[in-house]
Design a protein around this ligand. Structure first.
Ligand code: NAD
Length: 504
């Protein structure tokens, strides 16, 4: 592990104004009704970046009512799909024009390296908006060929309609991308939204709200209410005028959201935590595998839901794999997220820093062998070394989501054992297979209880592909056609040629 050099300095962007900090409700910016604010600090330096509005139940209510009125008024829900597509494309273009600014916001606010945000996360926001813009005028139902009903010719079909108001609650780890996953399909389908970003990572979502308005998306279609989870988040999840709650975050909070939304019989999509396995077989080319396996483990400081943090390695290649992974971890440059050359930035906050260091200490107490890393970097900011343990499936770090740069390598002897280990978790988000053996790939892709499988690769989700978790990792789909449909409901229509029973 080495430290990145040369600070690129702070500030919101070259010639960029500071992002909005008020609530976006009904197309206007306003402070929280209570007047309260939340201090936003850069996790890498502790520097005060902004004071954002601390929205509460009254603000959520105002935003939901604005979204409801906008939906019922039809300026968005009933305009042509082509018109919605045009505005979503304009929104995407504006995000692309503000790529540098948004990437800097993400680096400052969340602590992830600027390069990751600039080359991966924000381009995905653009791609997601464009992908769903493409669907906006292609939302169709089905027709059915059915026999006559009570003597009358019958034409039955389904309409696919928007749901109404979507309440979106997002996490801090990839806030701009995950906001786009929720905003783009909901808007393409004709819904209106209230987005509640994580208090630790709201700035880029506020910026998205500003760009949506600038793109010409009518006021009240996309509302952004910042605030804490227990106040603004809970109020949104339980609001009776919300037709769907879409949540990405921890499994513990997700279950609470499901109960709150369930009380109103609102539709729910939950994208929750993960403890994803990578499985490495002896036929894999370890020199090619290790950099990507390490990326899966350490990207975004290990704070990704799909982090491949349990690495099962066939015992025949265990030593070769460990040597390479440790060498790769030691090359990773940890430091200022805005500095050129930084591979890994800061964890989100001090609480997360303490949590991750606690997991590392616990792993050592439980008898895991520390291969590399294991310590905080410096005494300012929330930096942790890329850390690799050798251990077994019983370790707490092999069972619980650490959400930090900490991986466990676990040897296996045969395929049955690897499968049992990989499925032996309460989570079921993603899995990575490193092999070219077709029969293994076929067996494991079917038998793994996860939503997404990568074979010989790991990377960010593509907007065209459904993204989902099973078991403790979630309910419902995002992205792709399935993600679009998750923002619609069907209506069945039976059209008869004459009043039933009186037809000739
Ligand atoms: P979190 O659950 O603490 O918070 C997520 C959001 O919920 C935040 O906006 C928060 O303010 C809000 N919230 C908190 N308590 C609430 C409550 N009682 N009612 C309503 N809202 C509430 O999660 P986090 O720490 O921000 O994010 C990390 C988690 O997100 C990890 O578990 C990670 O795996 C998960 N995640 C999952 C995916 C996925 O696609 N499956 C993607 C990214 C992150």
């Amino acid at each position: 592990m080495s430290s990145a050099s040369a600070s690129a300095g702070t500030g919101f962007g070259r010639d960029a104004p500071p992002p909005p900090t008020d609530l976006l409700i009904d197309g206007t910016w306003r402070p929280a009704a209570s007047g309260g604010t939340i201090a936003v600090r850069a996790p890498a330096t502790g520097e005060l970046l902004a004071e954002i509005a601390a929205g509460e139940a009254a603000d959520i209510d105002a935003a939901v009512r604005a979204a409801r009125a906008q939906f019922d008024g039809g300026d968005w829900s009933r305009v042509s799909g082509a018109e919605r597509a045009k505005l979503l494309w304009r929104f995407a273009d504006l995000v692309e024009e503000h790529l540098d600014e948004l990437a800097r916001l993400e680096a400052l606010d969340v602590g992830r390296p600027y390069a990751e945000a600039f080359f991966a996360e924000i381009p995905l926001v653009v791609d997601t908006l464009r992908h769903f813009a493409g669907w906006a005028d292609k939302i169709t139902g089905s027709t059915f060929s059915l026999p006559p009903f009570a003597g009358a010719e019958r034409f039955s079909y389904t309409l696919r309609e928007p749901l109404g108001v979507v309440g979106a609650i997002t996490p801090w780890n990839a806030p701009t991308m995950i906001a786009a996953w929720k905003i783009a399909p909901a808007l393409a389908a004709g819904n209106t939204l209230v987005v509640k970003p994580a208090a630790d990572a709201s700035l880029s979502t506020l910026k998205l709200g500003e760009l949506a308005l600038e793109a010409g998306i009518p006021g009240g279609v996309l509302n952004v209410v910042t605030g804490t989870g227990t106040s603004a988040g809970a109020a949104l999840a339980e609001h009776p005028l919300v037709d769907k709650v879409t949540f990405t975050g921890s499994t513990a909070v997700g279950t609470r959201i499901a109960s709150a939304a369930g009380a109103n019989l609102a539709k729910v999509t939950l994208e929750l935590g993960g403890k994803s396995p990578q499985i490495v077989w002896p036929d894999a080319d370890l020199d090619a595998v290790v950099p990507v396996a390490a990326l899966s483990l350490f990207a975004n400081q290990g704070q990704t839901c799909a982090s491949g943090s349990r690495i099962y390695v066939h015992r025949d290649v265990l030593d070769a794999f460990l040597t390479r992974l440790a060498a790769r971890a030691d090359e990773i440059r940890v430091g200022d997220p805005l500095a050129e050359g930084t591979d890994m930035g800061s964890l989100i906050n001090e609480q997360q820093l303490e949590r991750v260091l606690g997991y590392i200490a616990q792993a050592q107490d439980e008898g895991a062998t520390l291969i590399t890393g294991g310590s905080r970097v410096g005494d300012r900011g929330c930096f942790v070394q890329p850390t690799v343990f050798l251990g077994d499936n019983t370790l707490t770090i092999a069972r619980e989501e650490v959400f930090g740069p900490v991986g466990t390598v676990i040897p296996f002897d045969d395929d049955d054992e690897a499968l049992e280990y990989a499925n032996g978790t309460e989570y079921g988000l993603t899995a990575v297979l490193w092999t070219n053996d077709a029969s293994r790939i076929t067996r494991f892709t079917r038998a793994l209880r996860v939503g997404v499988v990568w074979v010989n690769a790991w990377g960010p989700p593509h907007p065209a592909l459904p993204w989902l978790g099973v078991k403790g990792s979630g309910i419902g789909e995002e992205l792709g056609l399935a993600g679009l449909h998750a923002n619609t409901r069907l209506k069945t229509v039976n059209l008869l040629s004459a009043p039933a029973g009186r037809a000739a």
